[in-house]
Design a protein around this ligand. Structure first.
Ligand code: SF4
Length: 346
């Protein structure tokens, strides 16, 4: 099995059957070796730097009803909010002072934020902070909308593909949402010139080893600049409330495999990892991750952007928590850098 890991390192590729063997392998020694190799590759490409992204969750309204999501339109218990342009710029200002050089505007698919409103926000941020990268994560839009956002200065776009298996996608989403449309968005974004992130939940309902292999295959073929993945965590006001949470160890193993499949990729240690395990964020970094996305949203709304239950750091993972993050990373031999943190080789 170590030979498989060595081949993955050397060729950045494995067959589906080899991926299956590696994913199913429970041998502690092999899994430790996989992790060592992922760390070695990560350090060869990115050293011990960790990039930070200031996450601004600017609206929790969403027109969609994904079965796993706590801010789905059908959750009448969600306390909805939108940040004003002034609120968003205040978040950026505070983040900039703390050393953030990437801001991530994340929200549900909120019809209030028309293209015109988004363009106003993008232009305001990019003219105030021209040395910063701006990432958008606002779901599916038309090619023309994406192009307008890019032309206004947005640099990156995160759109998790959720699962690369159409039948699995149909079990996670209502019929109006189609995997083909989501993939088209990802290809459009890349063609326009964005640095693009895809990703998926680990342990989502009905996920199998076969769908995971399809995810890895899609990621390898699509060659994203970023991959966001973390364990599925149920939310009490969704149809998936009774499903168990995803596995931390499988999430970490997938981080290792993705680091080896795509050595230059930007890989966040996600909040979901830190929610299920106090050491989850550090474990993520030690499994090949190189990005952390602390929350810059105003304290009074942080507890309302709940995609899943018991989300970690709703109080602490704000700008004030940056020092804590730096300490945690220093303890494992890594450090935060003040940098836009572009994908090396992008
Ligand atoms: S996952 Fe995204 S698109 Fe789906 S309901 Fe949640 S915020 Fe909306």
């Amino acid at each position: 099995m170590r030979t498989l890991v060595d081949r993955l390192v050397a060729q950045q590729q494995l067959t589906d059957e080899e991926l299956r063997q590696l994913l199913l392998c429970q041998d502690v020694g092999v899994n430790r070796y996989l992790r060592q190799q992922a760390q070695a590759v990560r350090q060869r490409v990115y050293g011990r730097d960790v990039y930070i992204r200031g996450l601004i969750e600017f609206t929790n309204y969403c027109r969609n009803n994904c079965y796993y999501c706590g801010i789905r339109a059908g959750n009448s218990f969600a306390q909805r909010y939108r940040l004003s342009n002034a609120d968003i710029l205040t978040c950026c200002q505070q983040g900039y002072q703390l050393g953030f050089r990437t801001f991530v505007l994340q929200g549900g698919e909120d019809p209030y934020f028309t293209d015109a409103r988004m363009l106003e926000i993008i232009s305001a941020i990019k003219s105030a902070y021209p040395d910063c990268a701006l990432t958008l994560s606002i779901g599916e839009r038309s090619f023309a909308s994406y192009k307008a956002f890019f032309d206004a200065g947005a640099d990156r776009y995160l759109l998790r593909h959720e699962t690369a298996c159409p039948a699995h996608y149909a079990r996670l989403h209502p019929p109006q949402l189609q995997l083909s449309a989501r993939k088209q968005c990802l290809y459009d974004l890349k063609r326009i010139g964005f640095q693009v992130g895809c990703g998926f939940m680990v342990g989502s309902p009905y996920q199998t080893i076969d769908t995971l292999i399809m995810d890895l295959r899609f990621i390898k073929e699509f060659q994203p600049h970023m991959v966001g993945l973390g364990p599925f965590i149920p939310h009490q006001n969704t149809p998936f409330r009774d499903f168990p949470a995803g596995s931390i160890s499988l999430s970490l193993k997938l981080l290792c495999i993705i680091r080896l499949l795509l050595p230059h990729v930007l890989l966040p240690a996600t909040t979901a990892l830190g929610t299920l395990d106090k050491q989850g964020r550090e474990e993520g970094i030690l499994s090949g991750a190189n990005v952390i996305m602390p929350n810059l949203s105003p304290a009074q709304v942080r507890g309302k952007y709940l995609l899943y239950d018991n989300k970690a750091f709703t109080g602490d993972e704000a700008a004030e928590g940056l020092q804590h993050i730096q300490q945690q990373l220093n303890n494992i031999g890594y450090h935060v850098v003040i940098d836009r943190g572009d994908c090396i080789g992008a």
